[in-house]
Design a protein around this ligand. Sequence first.
Ligand SMILES: [Zn+2]
Length: 689
Amino acid sequence: MKSAWADRDAEAAVARYADVSRQEFAKDLALRVYTTRLLGADPKLVLHGGGNTSVKTRLADLNGEPTEVLCVKGSGWDMATIEPPGLPAVRLEPLRKLRARDALSDEDMVRLQRANLIDPAAPNPSVETLLHAFLPHKFVDHTHSTAVLSLTDQPDGDALCEEVYGKRMGTVPYIMPGFALAKAAAEAFERDTSVEGLILHRHGIFTFGADAREAYERMIEMVTLAEQRLQRGRKAVFATAQLPQQAAALADVAPIVRGACSLKDEKTEGAWKRFILDFRGGDAVLAFVNGAEIARYALAGVVTPDHTIRTKNWPLIVPAPDADRLADFKQNVAAAVENFVGKYRAYFTANNARCGGIKKSLDPMPRVVLVPGVGLFGLGRSKKDARIAADLAEAAIETITDAEATGRYQALGDADLFDMEYWSLEQAKLGGAAEKPLAGQIVAVTGAAGTIGAATAKVFAAAGAEVALLDVNEPAAKDKAKAIGGTAIGLACDVTDAASVKAAFAKLVEAFGGVDIVVSNAGAAWQGRIGEVDEAILRESFELNFYGHQRVAQAATKVMLAQGTGGCLLFNVSKQAVNPGPNFGPYGLPKAATLLLVRQYALDYGADGIRANAVNADRIRSGLLTGDFIAERAKARGLSEKDYMSGNLLQREVTAEDVAQAFLSQALALKTTADVTTVDGGNIAAALR
Ligand SMILES: [Zn+2]
């Protein structure tokens, strides 16, 4: 590992955050931001919150009094992108005084830290604030380096660290973060004040220094020494287990895993708590999951305790899927999940009893699933959370692989992990914001580059779903996905081509793990007087306006059945299906067939919890109804454009957004199937009877 310190960058940081009125403070804070970002940018050091930094400096408090403060990383800030407000200033003297106490509860610790903030609106200082405060050094850096963990997470971790660091680093046995750890770390330093840092067993590493560069470069040097040790005397690891000749495809495996890891809602019939999946393959992951001894090293426990809130203490291991025996795989996964849930419940019950029965169980589902022959999945209630779980799982694989190559991986016991997983300060990191109605659900919209499709994808994303925008125009689909932002994706999909639909659904499933709601929206209008129209035109329209819907619904149903958690098929039909317009037969006829298709899906798959509904919309500004076309029709009828567009019972123009909201309400109505909702401002001739 190389130092990324550059004088020019450090100077630029100082110039950027310079504040002449509070010069010493501003310069210290600028350099603190600079090296915090250097540490945060390297996933081998810091990953999703595993680390923090501080600087001791002076500033004028709100009364203008010079005050000694500790600027320490605040919760909710990412080290890689931190700004000065992410390092709130806490009065140092009151923190130091706490050291005289014998004990301090977590609640009191948090209260005291907040009470001594210079800015009362600042974020909560790190749970490791006191550790920083009790050390005398100006700059203190802390990471959960994967290489250091590979050394400490071994039965003889102490001896290995002694061999690598000699007297240069102090050592602290595992203690949960908080007051007790802060005191133990200060004592470890005071036993030999010449040390350059501290190794916290099965947790991470601290380095310190008189200036930003010294503390940072000590971190790089100490981690490099760990890395070099891990390169020496390596033995071969992970002898491969017997695996099927041909592993099942990811697109077949993911929905089975996702379905088995869904939780039925006990209160609302038809509702599920579902997860989004994030897949990782690659050589290191495959070597790990294909190992004959996977149950020993993969189930030993997390590499550093703060991973538990994201990954739980163990992953779920499922049997290798054989491409020809998917039904067996489905059964095996269900059994493995049941076993996992039982184990998690037993772990909770036993440890909760130890803690006086005051904790409330989190959901018992795994957050990491290892699939021999295929790879691993991170699970989360959103794609973002699924990625975090997968990132941590990959980092854990690196740590465990290196530990096994030089010795033997060993983790902390269940009790320590339970204390961390159910620690209120750790759970607080996840935030308690209320979830959106479609959190955990995956939605695909076809014809998504069009006006109604794009509006629909946007509405579903705002409702908390992960959305995939499918369109025959791939660049346009990607553009619309980009406009929605977040984790929305755009995929090529020509619904008139079975192979294209199949490929698009495979990509969708690989990206998110499955599908729950499909809005089959792609369509186009053909005109012609029915007695004279060319049969080719009629057939072309049927390909898109009927068979297109059938292909999409069929592909979606296959995934939904593999998941076994129901689903929802939504179709953009048209008022033409019930109230044909003159010379619009080539459009209305396949749409009428599609209306019946909706009912057929509702009938055939109701018992599987798959709902099928339709929206009949009319007169929406879109690719079908362009500005020119509207102007022409309005003129032909001697109406203004406005009157033409609002020529309905309510005399209101209907928009793509209105159609999107209708789809959303159908998706949320768990007891509604075979429904047709009209979104046309009122048109009695098009009303269903
Ligand atoms: Zn830590």
